[in-house]
Design a protein around this ligand. Structure first.
Ligand SMILES: [Zn+2]
Length: 103
């Protein structure tokens, strides 16, 4: 298991904010995170957006409906570890792909 540093602690929070719509995915950036980590956070957040009409259902466990704020809190409380794992996995996939296709 990768060591959990200060930035990793913040990752589930970033993902939850974007996935719940409290912050816009395209506006997200972080000067302290690697490029492929930022990209991974955006991708996972988009995968977790699950708006049906005006309500949000959690795609990971099916619970809901949530408000934006409620979904944000649900994600960081219930799925904290999963969010981090998904981002790490996606970020590894991106860094492998970009190495292969680098010009
Ligand atoms: Zn859930």
């Amino acid at each position: 298991m990768p060591k959990r540093g200060l930035f990793e602690e913040k990752i589930p929070e970033y993902v939850a904010k974007l996935a719940s719509g409290l912050e816009k995915v395209e506006d997200f950036d972080s000067p302290v995170l690697a490029r492929h980590t930022v990209e991974a956070i955006r991708r996972i957040a988009m995968r977790l957006m699950n708006l049906k009409g005006n309500v949000i259902y959690c795609p990971l466990c099916g619970k809901g409906p949530f408000t934006k704020k409620g979904y944000y809190l649900h994600l960081i409380r219930v799925h904290n570890e999963e969010l981090l794992e998904m981002v790490i996995e996606e970020s590894e996939r991106i860094s492998l792909t970009s190495k292969r296709t680098r010009v």
